[in-house]
Design a protein around this ligand. Structure first.
Ligand code: NAP
Ligand code: ZN
Ligand code: ZN
Length: 346
């Protein structure tokens, strides 16, 4: 076994604290990655607090992982020691169901293995990226370009692919009006991709103070959602809304902003169910849809797209001992736009 150290929550009630644990030895098709940076996703907080479902504790969060390969198994083909590498939200899946065969491992019909808060095929719990190393089957490891700033690439592994995938699936681009609801980690990547794909992008935000920054990200318009007059002015305006909001929110005010046939795509994952009136959808044949992260081939496609187009996340690098301050600030919407842990501080 490989001795590892990280930050773990021992229970949903306790704060993260240093914890020593072990990872499996490097198997023939595994690589070992020395983690250099790990992004802080709102899902990390949802999971250590048991917001969604009872988690597996101790829990080492973190699924926006970048680092360098330190060891490769005897049968590894894709990587050599010294390569940059990334790991996102998944470290394995059944690989045999129709979805896995299509590269939609995030929708595996039997057993997709999350990077943390899950169990591998060996029945052992998985531990995430708030740690110094990780051992992953090469098929679930991504190539990372040397061209981009490494800490700013980390959030692409979740915030990036989670917004890239639905925008690609629904072919959002030139001629479309896209609204991004919530300007946090996911939201700011959605703005960057929406602009890169040629859409007219409007940010819908509760935070008036984010207007200038939104425009700097490339957004064409900015709407303060707590101002009823601004919302009213945007009625029947958008082809798509990409909803990245992490907390309970009403849907009706936003559905009214969609054009006829418009689609409200949920990627935010508030713990409470949405309440949607049938009439809010009927009046304009509107749809509500959702999307979950992305599969391995599309995640590599997104990373390559980012390298070709010089797209990275806007980040604030933190010391791991400041993780709870970072969570508090994230909940208040006070992050521009992703915290990334410098793992050298572990
Ligand atoms: P984040 O950085 O905290 O951003 C969320 C943003 O939502 C905030 O910055 C804020 O933006 C807005 N917001 C927060 N509370 C709100 C409220 N009560 N009403 C309206 N707006 C509110 O979080 P994140 O990391 O981007 O994650 C967002 C959500 O997506 C989380 O629930 C996360 O678990 C989920 N997620 C889902 C997937 C997936 O695969 N579907 C993947 C990753 C994350 P403004 O200040 O602009 O209003
Ligand atoms: Zn995430
Ligand atoms: Zn499968």
């Amino acid at each position: 076994m490989i001795p590892s150290k990280g930050y773990a929550a021992q229970t949903p009630e306790t704060n993260l604290a240093p914890w020593n644990f072990e990872r499996r030895d490097v198997g023939p098709q595994d690589v070992q990655i020395e983690i250099l940076y790990c992004g802080v996703c709102h899902s990390d907080l949802h999971q250590i607090k048991n917001d969604w479902f009872p988690g597996i504790f101790p829990m080492v969060p973190g699924h926006e992982i970048v680092g360098r390969i330190s060891k490769t198994g005897t049968a590894v083909k894709k990587f050599t020691a010294g390569n940059l590498a990334g790991v996102g939200c998944l470290v394995d899946s059944c690989r045999t169901c129709n979805n896995c065969k299509e590269g939609l491992e995030q929708y595996c019909l039997t057993h997709s293995v999350p990077t943390y808060n899950g169990k591998g095929k060996d029945g052992q719990p998985t531990y995430g990226g708030y740690s110094n190393n990780i051992v992953v089957h090469e098929d679930f490891v991504l190539h990372i370009s040397e061209k981009l700033s490494l800490p700013a690439v980390a959030p692409l592994l979740c915030a990036g692919i989670t917004t890239y995938s639905p925008l690609r699936y629904w072919k959002v681009g030139k001629g479309h009006k896209l609204a991004v609801l919530g300007l946090g980690g996911l939201g700011h990547m959605a703005v960057k991709f929406g602009v890169a794909f040629g859409a007219e992008v409007t940010v819908l935000s509760t935070s008036p103070s984010k207007e200038e920054a939104a425009k700097n990200l490339g957004a064409h318009n900015f709407v303060v959602t707590t101002d009823p007059a601004q919302l009213k002015a945007k009625r029947s305006s958008f082809d798509f809304i990409l909803d990245t909001v992490s907390a309970k929110h009403e849907m009706a005010p936003y559905l009214s902003l969609l054009k006829t046939n418009g689609i409200h795509i949920c990627v935010g994952a508030p713990p409470e169910p949405y309440q949607i009136s049938a009439f809010a959808l009927m009046m304009g044949r509107k749809s509500v849809a959702a999307s979950n992260i992305g599969g391995l081939p599309e995640t590599q496609e997104m990373l390559d797209f980012c390298a070709a187009n010089n797209i990275v996340s806007e980040i604030e690098i933190i010391n791991i001992k400041d993780i709870h301050t970072a969570y508090d600030r994230m909940v208040k919407g006070d992050v521009r736009y992703r915290f990334v842990i410098d793992m050298a501080t572990l």
